[in-house]
Design a protein around this ligand. Structure first.
Ligand SMILES: *[C@@H]1O[C@H](CO)[C@@H](O)[C@H](O)[C@H]1NC(C)=O
Length: 455
């Protein structure tokens, strides 16, 4: 059921992004019904075909016009065929032979079709491909690459899929589009919601999303790191590099650019104007070549999402500031400058903490409320990531406590004993590492202010 849920969500996202989707799995998984429903949803012309090794171009692109042939022109009567379809379902697509392959590739990639000597634009929005097996020849690799989204489907009951399509997901969410600024998900139970997608949505969502949705540097970095992980060449024998993917998975720039656009659409249709790092979970349906790689991508993402590398750096900064605070005791000018810097760090930490709180509040809405994750999928991600957030929260809180303490001490131009008493660990650290002449004013390295002395 949940597998069907995700399958349907991905199909819609593919169509809204103007991308093609490939389902790999056994026959009888109601895949064609998915295509049919999608075409109804976007009010489009539907085309469906089952390919065999002997399929001829006529079956996909329409019969040649006899009259034109008499004049040596290869013009096709395309009405009712792929060149005039908005949504298409092609089963056993990797049976495509060389007679159809080139035309099919141009159609998928550029949405162009050579009708005799004229190149025409085709209205194709989304081609749903299905196959029992992965392509086995290099010739077919190009076709395989045309499918941005790839999804393995297990035997799912037709009833299950249809139910998903009927109510738009197990959580009874309306698949209703929201532009950035509108908050939260609406429910089908809400009578005010019109869960309708118009043809216009399918035609323009991608464009609007690319205009309106920002991709923050942290997300780009995450994607770049994932690609590095996937493409890293095999480690030499005996050299144990843990964070490498074996064997490497090649990810083209083109694919990555399209993946980012799809994530922008995902954010836009969820009412956000920024891609979140959790949208990167979609990459597990995009970046693999062999199905087992999907799991590895997912595991990598779980390991790397919701992790905070910036904290380590702030620790170092605080250490440095603490050292300067001790060195500049009794120097009001230097202390005033330091107060400002400490205030900046405090601000950074407060923002970080707010981020962690809002990520956790109400059961991880960034994940549980992500329109494009199936319910069970979202649940699994949330339970994997919550402990990490919990840990970050504790770390940020502890650090913030120290920073605020230092700030107060500086503002009151506290004496060494007070500093040592309130921030004993930092003080001990500083005393251990500071050069002797800096310690002299406090009685050398043996200074041990007694607790409570300053009360
Ligand atoms: C191809 O040309 C024929 C003859 O002019 C026309 O009927 C058909 O609509 C054209 N197909 C496309 C996709 O433009």
């Amino acid at each position: 059921m949940s597998a069907a849920d995700s399958t349907v969500r991905l199909l819609l996202l593919a169509a809204l992004s103007g991308e093609h989707i490939l389902y790999i799995g056994p026959p009888g998984t109601a895949k064609s019904e998915l295509g049919r429903r999608l075409s109804r949803l976007c009010h489009g012309v539907y085309f469906e075909r089952l390919l065999t090794r002997f399929s001829v171009p006529e079956e996909l692109f329409g019969p040649l016009s006899m009259r034109a042939l008499e004049e040596d022109k290869y013009i096709r009567q395309t009405s009712g065929y792929l060149p005039e379809a908005t949504v298409a379902f092609v089963d056993e697509i990797f049976k495509a032979n060389s007679a159809i392959l080139n035309t099919l590739l141009t159609l998928l990639n550029e949405r162009l079709f050579d009708n005799g000597s004229t190149r025409v634009h085709v209205p194709l929005l989304c081609l749903v491909g299905a196959s029992n097996e992965l392509p086995e020849s290099e010739e077919l690799d190009a076709l395989y690459d045309r499918f941005l989204l790839r999804r393995r489907v297990q035997q799912v009951s037709q009833a299950g899929l249809l139910e998903m399509l009927g109510n738009g997901g197990g959580r009874k969410q309306a698949i209703a589009l929201r532009s950035p600024g509108t908050q939260g998900l609406q429910s089908v139970d809400d009578p005010a919601v019109q869960p309708l997608l118009t043809a216009d949505d399918f035609d323009h969502t991608r464009e609007r999303a690319l205009d309106a949705v920002e991709v923050p540097p942290s997300v780009l970095q995450l994607i770049a790191d994932l690609r590095t992980y996937l493409q890293a060449s095999a480690a030499p024998a005996g050299n144990c590099l843990l964070d490498k993917c074996e064997p490497p998975v090649y990810v083209s720039d083109r694919r990555l650019v399209k993946a980012v656009a799809l994530m922008q659409v995902a954010a836009y249709t969820s009412g956000r104007s920024r891609v979140s790092e959790y949208d990167c979970l979609l990459l597990r349906h995009i970046l693999w070549q062999r199905p087992d790689e999907a799991e590895r991508i997912y595991d990598w993402l779980l390991n790397n999402l919701a992790s905070d590398d910036g904290l380590q750096q702030l620790q170092f900064i605080l250490n440095g500031m603490f050292g300067r605070a001790c060195k500049n005791l009794g120097n009001p000018e230097a202390t005033a400058m330091l107060v400002k810097e400490v205030g900046d760090v405090r601000e950074t930490l407060v923002n970080k903490l707010a981020g962690v709180y809002s990520a956790m509040e109400g059961g991880f809405p960034a994940v549980m409320g992500n329109l494009w994750l199936g319910q069970e999928e979202a649940q699994a991600v949330a339970s994997a990531l919550l402990p990490k957030l919990e840990k970050s929260r504790k770390e940020v809180e502890d650090l913030l406590f120290e920073v605020v303490t230092l700030e107060v001490l500086l503002r009151h131009q506290a004496e060494a004993v007070v500093i040592a008493d309130l921030m004993p660990a930092r003080w001990a650290d500083w005393v251990r590492n500071a050069p002797a002449e800096q310690l002299r004013p406090y009685g050398g390295a043996n200074i041990r202010p007694a607790k409570g002395m300053w009360y």
